[in-house]
Design a protein around this ligand. Structure first.
Ligand code: DAH
Length: 333
């Protein structure tokens, strides 16, 4: 068989065995030289060696030609097998999901059960029963998206602006002692900027029992802050107003990024304190409305933004990064 007639890898191997193999034609010649006269042996040996080198080179060249032709055929079919493979990257949790799980774990270890509530909520639960009446200026804090449909007898539907409505829903259905955390998406009618999104996630905290005091509020939230931001953290309660708590506070932790007085600090900007949530003692009217004696039962509530906590924790400057689906951002976590 001639090498030019060899058309594929299998035929090429056949040719190699036939010519250069252990009992191939050339090998026979080389074996034969043992019985020759010295002069003849040298001449034949040299010629055979030259022939062997040439044949091997021809074999390599043909093999190369064949595989190039095969690639060209595949490329003509639209398949380029010379392209590098696409690496598969392992999946990972979204940074907000990670923080959310951490928050629920920390409260879980302190005995709080996680429950969820509806994102489409009634005006009554989102506002009214939380002591935020219509036309009250406090409503300005929570502008939202409304549904057009009317449901017989019920207050209008909206996208909840916070997870606080679950405080009411839960104590309507359950007797104290209550210890719950409520994670979930909330919506606001906002012009978005670096610190505002029209959708964000919150975690509500609610504890109601006999004898709960501000000390329990502070101790629980301080423990949370330490587990979240580091064991050295101190917390500060500052007076604030939320209609469903009395007194209402804003809870801050001391800056974990600078000594607290660096005006260039990207985390606290020199203020030394980072506000991480609103909180307060559950308003006695809310406890009474659920059918419990506010002289006997007291409680604390808190609400935090999961994106905000994630931003503080990882030094992220723009909340819009979380939902822009830019993998260059998400892969950093
Ligand atoms: N719901 C409030 C908000 O979205 C946050 C909040 C403040 C929740 C005080 C609470 C609380 O439970 O006690 O702005």
């Amino acid at each position: 068989m001639r090498l030019e007639q060899v058309g594929d890898e299998a035929a090429l191997e056949e040719w190699r065995t036939q010519v250069l193999g252990r009992s191939g034609e050339l090998t026979q010649v080389l074996r034969g030289i043992g019985g020759m006269e010295p002069d003849e042996r040298r001449a034949v040996g040299q010629a055979a060696n030259v022939a062997k080198q040439e044949l091997e080179a021809a074999l390599d060249a043909r093999s190369e030609q064949l595989s190039r032709a095969a690639l060209e055929r595949e490329a003509a079919d639209g398949l380029d097998v010379t392209l590098p493979g696409r690496p598969r990257r392992p999946g990972r949790l979204h940074p907000v999901t990670r923080t959310l799980r951490e928050i629920l774990d920390i409260f879980g270890r302190m005995g709080f059960a996680a429950i969820e509530g509806p994102e489409v909520e009634h005006d009554e639960y989102n506002f009214g029963r939380l002591r935020i009446p219509e036309h009250h200026p406090a409503r300005d804090m929570w502008d939202t998206f409304w549904f057009d449909e009317e449901i017989d007898g019920a207050t209008p539907l909206l996208l909840r602006t916070h997870t606080s409505p679950m405080q009411i829903r839960f104590i309507e259905q359950h007797d104290p002692p209550v210890r719950i955390v409520v994670p979930g998406r909330c919506y606001r009618y906002e012009a978005t900027d670096a610190t505002h999104e029209w959708m964000m996630q919150q975690v509500e905290v609610l504890a109601i029992d006999e004898g709960i005091s501000v000390a329990d509020l502070k101790g629980t939230l301080q423990e949370f802050a330490r587990q979240m931001f580091g064991p050295e953290r101190r917390v500060l309660l500052r007076n604030s107003y939320f209609p469903f708590v009395e007194p209402g506070v804003e809870l801050a932790v001391d800056c974990f990024s600078c000594p607290g007085d660096d005006p260039r600090c990207p985390v606290c900007r020199g203020s030394g304190w980072l506000e991480i949530m609103g909180a307060g003692m559950v308003h006695p009217e809310i406890i009474a409305a659920a059918g419990f004696d506010p002289e006997r039962y007291t409680g604390f509530a808190a609400g935090m933004g999961v994106e905000r906590i994630t931003m503080l924790k990882y030094g992220i400057e723009d909340i819009r990064n979380f939902y822009a689906n830019d993998l260059r951002f998400l892969r950093q976590f």
